[in-house]
Design a protein around this ligand. Structure first.
Ligand code: GLA
Length: 382
């Protein structure tokens, strides 16, 4: 019932979906996402290297029209920006920041201290032995001062620490934790604040659905606050599915996080249209599955059928209505790709699948989900 009602409200349905295999929205030429949300929160998006380098002109049109905040998908991760001890790679980041300034966007840096995409040399001396606490702190400080310092006053907010809490609510046993100890988080925030006292600083995390983990993040934020750490916001990554998590579960942890004196933001939103596959430590290739399993795990290799498009649109609409309900707490919602082709969900945890998680399809055409998100805000005003 619910789906049928919403189908008739979507513009493409009375349009040419018999001709165009993927349902494409048409109303959208008239409205922009960022306009619809301008009184509520920033609407951001993650940009890939190719996009930053100007290799996808269509993406830049979409970017300019619909978004007012940008995050680099990869180029500010340690392995990209600081691949060797005495070598930083700033060329692409300079272009990213210049692009954001050109469009007057709210520019976000992602991410300073993380256990992944950080080269092993970071934790070792020249002889290959693990560093001691002081040496690793110094290395962390140098990195943060160099990177944050270079974009002082230009990158407005930083994901300072990413994913430090494990599923059991304890600090993850990363090399940062094992070598420095639990105050590595306090130190990272201190260094970032010293490097740019005006920048907003965030803690970013995923899987708040796991109760002990969510409680662990809340404990961490309270501890950081009680120690006088400068922390402006908490990021909920938002790598979700059509059927999971339940909106009520997301809302209940948003309410729990709302009691902390910080802004909330959804920092990496995407909604996989594919069936859930338990994430293992290793990525598997879809071609290693038999035919039947390939069909099961990669059901939409050519296009997203209409009903699935509608489910995606409904899911996005429900989420944004809930974000709007808590709009006083939210400062930003960032999508973790401009279009479907760019999304990491095509290759993790199974490589070679065709996912459809974003608001724009592989040709950068708006999907019904875009209309649904815009309409959620327009109807909210009424
Ligand atoms: C985490 C990171 C992102 C990105 C995604 C997907 O959410 O914060 O930078 O790498 O994983 O890979």
């Amino acid at each position: 019932m619910r789906i049928l009602k919403k189908i008739s409200a979507l513009p493409f349905f009375s349009n040419s979906f018999n001709i165009v295999p993927e349902a494409v929205s048409t109303d959208i030429e008239k409205s922009a996402l960022k306009e619809a949300y301008k009184n509520y929160f920033y609407i951001g998006v993650a940009l890939s290297l190719d996009q930053i380098l100007g290799k996808e002109p269509k993406t830049i049109e979409v970017l300019e029209k619909h978004f007012n905040s940008i995050t680099p998908e990869n180029i500010l991760k340690w392995e990209e920006v600081h691949p060797e001890l005495n070598r930083y790679n700033f060329e692409a980041v300079d272009r990213f920041v210049a692009l954001g300034e050109k469009f007057k966007m709210h520019i976000i840096g992602h991410t300073l201290v993380w256990h992944l995409q950080t080269p092993d040399w970071v934790f070792r001396d020249e002889a290959g032995n693990l560093l001691n606490r002081e040496a690793l702190l110094q290395r962390m400080k140098d990195h943060i001062f160099t990177v944050v310092g270079r974009y002082k006053g230009r990158i407005r907010g930083w994901d300072v620490v990413n994913e430090a809490i494990a599923e059991n609510g304890q600090l993850r046993k990363s090399k940062w934790f094992e070598i420095i100890g639990e105050d590595f988080i306090v130190k990272a925030f201190e260094y970032a604040h010293q490097a740019d006292p005006d920048a907003e600083l965030y803690y970013n995390e995923y899987d708040y659905e796991i109760k002990p983990k969510c409680e662990g993040v809340i404990r961490l934020i309270k501890t950081l606050k009680s120690k006088g750490v400068h922390l402006d916001g908490v990021g909920i990554q938002g790598h979700w599915f059509i059927e999971w998590p339940d909106i009520k579960d997301i809302e209940s942890y948003i309410e729990a996080l709302s009691s902390l004196d910080v802004n909330l933001m959804v920092t990496e939103l995407d909604i996989s249209a594919l069936p859930f596959y338990a994430v293992d430590s290793k990525v598997v290739d879809i071609s290693s599955f038999n035919n039947e399993l390939q069909k099961k795990h990669n059901p939409y290799p050519d296009f997203l059928p209409v009903v699935a498009q509608i489910n995606l649109a409904n899911r996005y609409a429900d989420l944004f209505k809930m974000f709007l309900k808590h709009k006083e707490k939210f400062s930003r919602v960032t999508f973790w790709a401009v279009h479907d082709e760019q999304s990491w969900r095509n290759y993790i945890p199974i490589k070679g699948r065709t996912d459809h998680p974003m608001l724009f399809d592989r040709n950068c055409r708006p999907k019904p989900a875009l209309d649904a998100v815009i309409k959620s805000a327009q109807e909210w005003k009424k």
